[in-house]
Design a protein around this ligand. Sequence first.
Ligand code: SAM
Length: 254
Amino acid sequence: MPDWSPSKYLQFADERTRAARDLLAQVPLTAPRRVVDMGSGPGNSTELLVERFPDAEMIGLDNSPAMLEEARLRLPNVRFDMADAATWVPEPGTDLVFANAIYQWVPDHLAALERVAAALPEGGVLAVQMPDNMGEPSHVAMNVVGLGGPWASRLRGKPRPPLPPVAKYYDRLKPHLGALDIWHSVYNHVLDGPAAVVEWVKGTGLRPFLEPLTADEQTEYLKRYLEQIGSAYPPRADGKVLLRFPRLFIVGVK
Ligand SMILES: C[S@@+](CC[C@H](N)C(=O)[O-])C[C@H]1O[C@@H](n2cnc3c(N)ncnc32)[C@H](O)[C@@H]1O
């Protein structure tokens, strides 16, 4: 897949960073030694961590060169390194592993999170947030358009699998943690119209669907996708649309 686009991702920076703020608010630490922001992206979540823990050793990790470059420009005093969340485990002394909107992209992320939890020191915290929106109209429509066009054979199997049930996270992570809090929050983002919904997912969920298509096919796919989104997200009283967005949060303390 082509690299992530930091500018496209940051188009809805306030809305996307809100979940990171809500996750951080539940992290019960005052003076962590080392903090890792796994999937640090353009550094928006890392910036929150630096504000909250100015004395911690801060490390941002990501597997996108473009995102790492953007993050280094944003926070020149923080170390940003390349790492793959599928295999990464924290070094000793890492008191907080923070991962906002990244593990949903990692195949078998339950196993990856289990390894991270197992490697935390006593009192260490694992804080994770993942979109739980594969059943939302925004994401169902990606597949409807994907399977209903001449590109169907190339787009089969492109959607991410839905997240496993909460009980699975609990059963896999709890043996490694003393306390484990798992909850959902549903955001209702106010966007300008259906085209804004399309712009939002272009930076994230639509990427695997657009990547296999030619430029002309992408234009046609996006036209059909916009039609679907127009019917699924009708205008509200002020002409805006509400993008319903459920997210899963996990905070575990070793
Ligand atoms: C949706 S962004 C999240 C950025 C930021 N954490 C935030 O709170 O907005 C997801 C990030 O995860 C990174 N990512 C995806 N798969 C990854 C993997 N296997 N290992 C490391 N980073 C990954 C992407 O490059 C991207 O920067």
